[in-house]
Design a protein around this ligand. Sequence first.
Ligand SMILES: CC(C)(COP(=O)(O)OP(=O)(O)OC[C@H]1O[C@@H](n2cnc3c(N)ncnc32)[C@H](O)[C@@H]1OP(=O)(O)O)[C@@H](O)C(=O)NCCC(=O)NCCS
Length: 203
Amino acid sequence: MSVGAGGHAASVAHALLGVAELVAVVGVSTREWSVDVLDSDADAIALAQQQDRRLVVTIGENRRRLEVIDQLPPDLLFSAAASTSTVSADVTLGGSSVVLHHAHVGPGARVGRGVIVNTAAVVEHDVTLGDGVHVAPGAVVLGGASVGAGTFVGSGATILPGVTVGAHAVIGAGAVVTRDVPENACVVGVPAVERHRTERTPS
Ligand SMILES: CC(C)(COP(=O)(O)OP(=O)(O)OC[C@H]1O[C@@H](n2cnc3c(N)ncnc32)[C@H](O)[C@@H]1OP(=O)(O)O)[C@@H](O)C(=O)NCCC(=O)NCCS
């Protein structure tokens, strides 16, 4: 079951075709879903418990996704990787984490809860991704780098080996991060430099 019914929910549903059976989505949606659309998380929990189903939270915005995950029973959460992705056998994905089509997670990587490794993103060996991190499509996090909880890594960005990015930071699309980034910072460009950040974290 998908807790979330927007664009990211659609991407997850598509990526997990053949890996997990989608039986319902939760939330308000302008999309056409071929499964039941439930009104509330409570309805989803009840249905999951009745039918022995599991939930994945597919809200794109990092803080909101983690807030919802924190309110759900941990044993009802599942994590999954698309059949086209490559996830090293020694990697455990935290609850409600997803690896989408053609993405890669290398050996020794540590992946928290509610993490999104989006389409064609690369998370190299020995990388740490904190809870609620989103590695957007085509972004690359190189060996031994560490990304703090809730941080958004924009599409096509590269984080160089061993770099530490603090929690709740924003890495702009296409940035090349050569140095450590403080928590809550927003960096853009090549090489990435800090800029004023707007309130909203991208999704
Ligand atoms: C970095 C980012 C979060 C900034 O968003 P924002 O605060 O709304 O910024 P704005 O669009 O108002 O742009 C502000 C300035 O930053 C520049 N800028 C924005 N994003 C940039 C980027 N990725 N690289 C370099 N410069 C960037 C803009 O050109 C603008 O410059 P100006 O003031 O000289 O005109 C956003 O542009 C971004 O890169 N988002 C990632 C999107 C993405 O990867 N989505 C994946 C979805 S799955």
